[in-house]
Design a protein around this ligand. Structure first.
Ligand SMILES: Nc1ncnc2c1ncn2[C@@H]1O[C@H](COP(=O)(O)OP(=O)(O)OP(=O)(O)O)[C@@H](O)[C@H]1O
Length: 261
């Protein structure tokens, strides 16, 4: 099936770009010759489990090294940029599992960590983290042990840490997964208010439906790329078709019949 509707030509030097990228992870060939220019302020990433969404985000913040090809940040090879300062100011990622991200025992220390690339002294970074939490009505979270928070609250800490760090592009991997309904609404509002570019990988389609661009990955290939409404609708239609086919097969198997794939 051809992609849903291709995005019109991006800027000459996009914020992020993948060029002829090949990636293997374990036994899986995740991407083979993938090229994408990513310049829109909001981009959704959708697709089935294992389609390559997390792998794409990990490549975009240099956590994954491609077998070949390039990841460019404003025209510069991301892997060639010094990690501590420049790279961390350009891209930051919120992990699907907060326990893969959180390093420090308390919330304020975790938030302060993200300010390191800005060259702040530890005491100043901690004060900024406390002020930031207080401004969001979360002053009592500052000294709390991260281990005493629920999964959704830890996910919120990861988001707040990324927001405070403020890199040019925010990469969010399944940010809605553990959040309750008010938490989802808060996150959607936070994203809407962000000055930065935001890429969101998600199985929850509503938050990305109105994005100017959604990319549908299918087994490491771009199957849809265009306005959120169109791409989400095409994905939902394909899922409905797959589910209907699977049910037909299951019923036929149950009845002892043979069905074409
Ligand atoms: N640590 C790993 N080692 C080996 N293979 C991996 C690893 N992580 C992912 N893969 C493989 O890479 C492919 C892409 O996985 P990826 O996690 O990027 O998919 P995804 O679209 O984010 O899936 P999900 O929606 O389940 O989070 C899959 O085939 C997966 O099995």
């Amino acid at each position: 099936m051809p992609p849903v509707a291709f995005v019109s030509a991006a800027a000459a030097t996009p914020l992020l770009e993948l060029r002829q990228l090949h990636l293997r992870r374990g036994a899986s060939q995740v991407f083979a010759d993938l090229s994408l220019k990513l310049d829109e302020p909001r981009i959704g990433l959708i697709g089935h489990n294992g389609a390559g969404k997390t792998s794409l985000l990990r490549l975009l913040c240099a956590l994954e090294l491609p077998g070949s090809g390039q990841v460019l940040s404003q025209g510069q090879d991301l892997h060639a940029l010094p990690q501590g300062q420049l790279r961390a100011r350009r891209v930051g990622m919120m992990f699907q599992n907060p326990d893969d991200q959180i390093i420090f025992p308390t919330v304020e220390e975790e938030l302060a960590l993200g300010l390191q690339p800005q060259g702040l002294a530890r005491r100043e970074a901690l004060a900024r983290a406390r002020d930031f939490l207080a401004a969001r009505g979360l002053a009592d979270w500052a000294a709390r042990a991260v281990g005493s928070l629920s999964q959704g609250q830890r996910q919120q800490v990861c988001w707040l840490a990324l927001l405070l760090a403020g890199p040019r592009t925010l990469l969010l991997d399944e940010p809605y997964a553990s959040l309750d309904l008010p938490g989802r609404a808060r996150l959607a509002d936070d994203i809407a208010g962000c000055a930065q570019q935001v890429l969101v990988s998600t199985h929850v389609l509503d938050p990305v439906r109105d994005y100017p661009r959604v990319i549908w990955l299918d087994a490491g290939k771009v199957r849809g790329d265009g306005p959120g409404r169109e791409v989400c609708a095409a994905y939902e239609a394909a899922v409905a078709q797959e589910v209907a086919h699977a049910r037909t097969v299951a019923r036929a198997v149950h009845a002892g019949m043979r069905v074409a794939a």
